[in-house]
Design a binder for this molecule. Structure first.
Ligand code: HEC
Ligand code: HEC
Ligand code: HEC
Length: 318
């Protein structure tokens, strides 16, 4: 046994050490290997796919449009789109990335979520470029389901200039924020945080990585608030109003930093409520750590506080 074991190890050592295994992608896998890998892949995904309990409404057109925007620069280069075929080079990969209409067949929404969030080791299928952001992945799943139903929008992929940013930010809603109420300096600073991953978002990390860094300031100036801030008319009463203006023993008053003077924190009034609720949960739950004061401000918020504050700030300008 020991001799056989020794021979086996020596054989494996020779394959690795002498380069006997052919890594050429022109040769493909040995017979049977593809089957083993694919069956492992399929069963591994089935075992680990998340429950659908946290899934948003996947037929929401805002969500589908957001997924489409991300897909255009993050996935189309390998899987093509319903309107454009895969390049010859993408088709020469081993394993070959399936055309998107084929890729979405035979998978349930939660399985697609797992694949897009985790990627598939040793295949070229990448993981989501931010951790702890399964919430964002649903937008891509929503678009993939629209592909299954033959009704997926295909946005342009021109990444030059502010029109690229407008493919998502033109009609803010759901998880997409408004930029026109934000100070250009704040926008530029956020792009840098997204680019480096300090503010984890797979969607914005992708967007900030496909435009030149030198263009951040110009993009911010073009997309940000044009006039000096006009103080938003926030309601004076109601649950959210009380918490935002006075705070509690544990939660500081939001308006002490997010009020008229934007030098301390960005303007919140007018952002979509679902966007604010998502962001507040990311701060509270520790996914976001890029601002010490905000971490402290959000730490003790309850789900009900988050609901009330998001409705209060989000009700503006709608
Ligand atoms: C660099 C190329 C590449 C990129 C970029 C890429 N993929 Fe993939 N993807 C692959 C490959 C290769 C596979 C095949 C894995 C296999 O069959 O073992 C795959 C598999 C998949 C599958 C499973 C299909 C199946 O049944 O095998 C889905 C769904 C998918 N990709 C969606 C996406 C989405 C959505 C994106 C963008 C967020 C994306 N991919 C980005 C290469 C890529
Ligand atoms: C594919 C859609 C998409 C594209 C393209 C896109 N964004 Fe975004 N953007 C989002 C989403 C979604 C968020 C929320 C991300 C998060 O959870 O932090 C966001 C957040 C932001 C924020 C943070 C706002 C705040 O209130 O803190 C800024 C700034 C921003 N985007 C600027 C840009 C700029 C500039 C471009 C163009 C280079 C761009 N975005 C392109 C979808 C997009
Ligand atoms: C001590 C000052 C301070 C207090 C108090 C504060 N914030 Fe913030 N907040 C900030 C700063 C600064 C940022 C921007 C951090 C950065 O650079 O990304 C921020 C960011 C945010 C964001 C993300 C903005 C966006 O557009 O994505 C939200 C949402 C937010 N705060 C909500 C709140 C709420 C709700 C409260 C009250 C419970 C609150 N903040 C209290 C300073 C504060």
């Amino acid at each position: 046994m020991a001799v056989l074991g020794g021979l086996g190890l020596a054989g494996a050592g020779a394959v690795v050490g002498l380069g006997l295994y052919n890594v050429s992608a022109q040769v493909g896998h040995l017979p049977g290997v593809s089957w083993v890998l694919h069956t492992t892949f399929r069963n591994s995904v089935r075992l680990r796919a998340p429950s659908m309990e946290d899934a948003p409404d996947l037929s929401d057109s805002d969500l589908i449009a957001l997924g489409a925007g991300h897909y255009a620069t993050a996935c189309a280069m390998c899987h093509g789109t319903p309107a454009t075929p895969r390049s010859a080079t993408a088709q020469a990969m081993v394993p070959e990335p399936p055309a998107i209409a084929e890729a979405v067949e035979h998978w349930q929404p939660n399985e697609l979520h797992w694949i897009v969030e985790n990627g598939v080791k040793m295949t070229g299928m990448p993981a989501w470029p931010a951790t702890g952001r399964g919430d964002e992945v649903w937008a891509v799943v929503a678009w993939l389901l629209a592909v299954q139903q033959n009704r997926a929008p295909v946005p342009p992929v021109d990444t030059s200039g502010a029109d690229y940013c407008r493919t998502c930010h033109e009609s803010p809603g759901g998880p997409v924020p408004r930029l026109d109420i934000l100070a250009p300096a704040y926008i530029a600073a956020q792009l840098e945080l997204y680019r480096t991953g300090s503010r984890p978002s797979g969607i914005m990390a992708q967007a900030a990585s496909v435009v030149p860094r030198e263009s951040f300031a110009d993009l911010a100036a073009e997309l940000g608030a044009k006039a000096a801030d006009v103080a938003p008319d926030l309601p004076l009463t109601g649950e959210g109003a009380e918490l935002a203006s006075r705070g509690t023993r544990k939660v500081p008053a939001c308006l002490s930093c997010h009020g008229d003077d934007r030098s301390k924190g960005p303007r919140l009034a007018g952002q979509p409520s679902p966007y604010l609720a998502t962001q507040l949960r990311l701060w509270r739950d520790g996914t976001y750590t890029h601002d010490r004061l905000m971490v402290a401000a959000a730490r003790d918020l309850s789900d009900a506080d988050i609901e009330a504050l998001s409705r209060y700030f989000g009700a503006q300008g709608e």
